[in-house]
Ligand binder design. Structure first.
Ligand code: GDP
Ligand code: MN
Length: 397
């Protein structure tokens, strides 16, 4: 589960990681109030107003702006709240901003050379161990650094039996070119950051930038935190951080009815049972010259109700020009699925305006095909995978 920057910083802060301080605000008035409160705490009158959306690259899209007084806080917060923020990580339509984070300005005016680093914590799937990935080149796209100057990216692997050891934290501080007070601050930062990652059951931390101020403080200016969904049951307070506004509405709806649905950009809707078959079906659609509009695993019980829910979800996507149903009747009998499709189709009246190609294979496949063929509905059936692909191709061209 993804969370907002301000929530990520709350988690980091609770484990002693120093972060840029801030307060979240829903309106321009709240932003002004937040700025006043922050000035009392920090003494600085300058603030950054940061759009809170689940996407990075906000600065590039105009979602992070400096306000030098309360009037600017009000004006900038007013502009950012409600805007459609387009960043390199969003779609072309962008993401609607519902709230901003009013944060202390940590780039002191007159601080000619604040140092920015990159740091992330994640699982190295090749070794099965967590690692800290870091670089002197913070504040910019890490993808660009990886491409152009890969030697400036370092990694530190963590042995699960011992956890992160102090000498490793010192090696990180050393590789980042630090000495003196900043070196000590960095080792503390790294140790507490890893503790936060471990104890929060996160699957990703990405802190870009980590900042060194001119008075040698090390702090997290940004925080991208992804929590492990499967561990949320033991972090009830984190589970409440979920912001459904940031998720695809069809995906949220699918989750609520227990369907595994992922929205994609193509024109052929897929209804499949089993994740593996769903992936193979998506390949098949591509081979036939289409693009899958979604991934949808209806699971083991493809009865009429479920099939109907699945059709409704797929048809919400206006890009869908055809639907391919590809079901393997292993546990569930094909004729039951076929009956489900026919019933769902009839229930939905004229809601289904696109051609449907159905491939049912497995137990009672012949009975199922007969059911579909004799239903009198605009559904064509296929027995072979290839045949299904050809039929998809025929309706698309
Ligand atoms: P992102 O663009 O979504 O990654 O958002 P960040 O939180 O990383 O902010 C983008 C950029 O805004 C940072 O790389 C900084 O250069 C700048 N920024 C963030 N906080 C401050 C601040 O307190 N003062 C100033 N002057 N700039 C800041
Ligand atoms: Mn950032």
């Amino acid at each position: 589960m993804n969370i907002h920057e301000y929530q990520g910083k709350e988690i980091l802060g609770s484990f002693g990681v120093r972060t840029q301080r801030g307060i979240v605000a829903q309106t321009a008035e709240e932003a002004v109030k937040a700025a006043k409160e922050l000035t009392e705490q920090t003494g600085t009158g300058w603030h950054v107003i940061k759009a809170q959306v689940h996407a990075g690259g906000r600065g590039k899209g105009g979602g992070v702006k400096l306000a030098k007084n309360l009037k600017e806080v009000e004006q900038i917060a007013g502009e950012i709240i409600g805007m459609n923020l387009v960043t390199p990580q969003t779609s072309a339509e962008g993401k609607k901003v519902h709230q901003v984070y009013v944060a202390e300005d940590v780039y002191y005016p007159g601080d000619s050379e604040p140092e920015e680093y990159y740091m992330s914590v994640l699982l190295n799937r090749a070794t099965g161990r967590n690692m800290i990935m870091y670089s002197t080149e913070g504040g910019m796209d890490i993808e660009t650094v990886a491409e152009e100057t890969p030697h400036l990216i370092f990694t530190e692997e963590i042995d699960p039996a011992t956890g992160l050891l102090p000498f490793q934290a010192r090696r990180i501080a050393f590789n980042l070119g630090l000495s003196g007070a900043a070196f000590k601050e960095m080792t503390k930062f790294v140790m507490s950051l890893y503790k936060a990652f471990d104890k929060s059951d996160s699957s990703l931390f990405e802190i870009n930038p980590v900042l060194k101020t001119s008075d040698d403080k090390i702090l997290a200016v940004d925080a991208k935190v992804t929590l492990d969904d499967n561990a949320l049951f033991r972090h009830k307070d984190y589970a409440e951080m979920r912001d459904k506004r940031e998720e695809n509405p069809t995906e949220v709806e699918a989750k609520e009815v227990g369907l595994n649905y992922v929205d994609l950009d193509g024109n052929v809707g897929c209804m499949v049972n089993g994740a593996g078959l769903a992936m193979a079906t998506m390949d098949l659609i591509k081979q036939a010259g289409g693009e899958p509009a979604n991934f949808l695993d209806v699971g083991g019980t493809a009865d009429a109700k479920r099939v109907e829910e699945a059709f409704r979800l797929i048809l919400k996507d206006e890009k869908v020009e055809a639907i391919l149903v590809n079901i393997f009747g292993g546990i569930v009998r094909c004729d039951r699925v076929a009956q489900g499709i026919v019933d769902a189709y009839k229930n939905m009246g004229d809601a289904i305006k696109v051609p449907i190609i159905v491939r049912l294979q497995g137990t009672n496949a012949d009975v199922a095909k007969k059911l579909i063929d004799e239903s009198g509905l605009a559904v064509s059936s296929a027995v072979q995978f290839k045949e299904a692909a050809d039929k998809v191709q025929a309706v698309l061209s």
